[in-house]
Design a protein around this ligand. Structure first.
Ligand SMILES: [Zn+2]
Length: 276
């Protein structure tokens, strides 16, 4: 790997809050904001050059437990934590920094840090890096899952991921992916029950658009839709991260393109709830 500034220079909010998964969430934000990997603090900026967004968009053809966002986070984790972290030759200049890095990461993965990293000699430590590379890479899945759990409830980030995938989806060709509805448009597919349940739980039984309760014993007519936050017609996917809960009225309005914009904040409205 190319030489760059040392890790000690890297001061970002997660250094105070701690947690490798939170670090990964910030990495995603940098990526979505088109900022370099470690912020603009060094003499060199590293960019996320080879992120395969097409693979993420294709993942969103259907609702899968390993979502498009999982795939994106995995790639970012591999870049930042493996290629420019664990496997970074810069660490050879500062073995202590490597020891702190690797110990923190293994802990956050829930893996016991291999002893050699804690008390080995310089040569032993950097030889052991190869031995334990597979375990480290496997552990990244845990950090991806933790980061996903944080992002799942952070709607603006989900929306930003969808917006990032949108031009990619729109550029897909049916000649290459014959299950597309047509060029640039993913086919509608049935939403698995587990996705419906997770979206209802996350959105706390409230319509994403108007905030009304849609499913509760207190509601006269229990009826809800699962909406594509970014419509399929506009480069949206069937990825679980692109679904929101909607009431029938809002769903209809949206279908008729009468919904001007998605509100970012709502004041709860109980007019749909029976008085009691
Ligand atoms: Zn509504």
């Amino acid at each position: 790997m190319q030489s760059r500034r040392t890790r000690a220079e890297k001061v970002r909010p997660y250094d105070m809050r701690g947690g490798s998964a939170t670090e990964l969430v910030y990495t995603l934000e940098s990526f979505l904001a088109d900022q370099p990997m470690f912020g603009d603090v060094g003499t060199q900026s590293l960019w996320f050059d080879d992120v395969d967004l097409e693979a993420c968009a294709v993942r969103g053809f259907y609702s899968q437990q390993e979502t498009a966002l999982h795939l994106l986070l995995s790639q970012l984790a591999d870049y930042e934590l493996y290629q420019y972290g664990y496997d970074d030759d810069d660490f050879k200049e500062d073995v202590g920094a490597f020891q702190r890095f690797v110990d923190t990461k293994f802990r956050d993965m829930g893996i016991l840090t291999p002893k050699v990293f804690l008390d080995g000699t310089y040569d032993q430590i950097f030889r052991a890096r190869k031995t334990h590379a597979a375990a480290f890479k496997k552990g990244l899945d845990t950090l991806v899952d933790q980061a996903f759990a944080q992002i799942w409830t952070t709607r603006y980030l989900l929306e930003a991921v969808g917006n990032r995938l949108r031009p990619i989806v729109r550029s897909l060709k049916q000649a290459k992916y014959n299950n597309l509805a047509f060029d640039g448009r993913i086919s509608r597919c049935s939403i698995p029950t587990w996705v419906v349940q997770l979206v209802r739980h996350r959105d706390r039984e409230r319509c994403f658009h108007c905030g009304n309760v849609v499913s509760s014993a207190l509601v006269e007519v229990q009826s809800f839709h699962i909406d594509h936050m970014i419509p399929l017609a506009d480069g949206g996917t069937n990825d679980p991260t692109n679904f929101v809960l909607a009431c029938p009225d809002c769903n209809r309005r949206k279908g008729m393109n009468l919904w001007p914009s998605i509100p970012k904040f709502y004041w709860p409205n109980f007019r749909n709830v029976q008085s009691f």
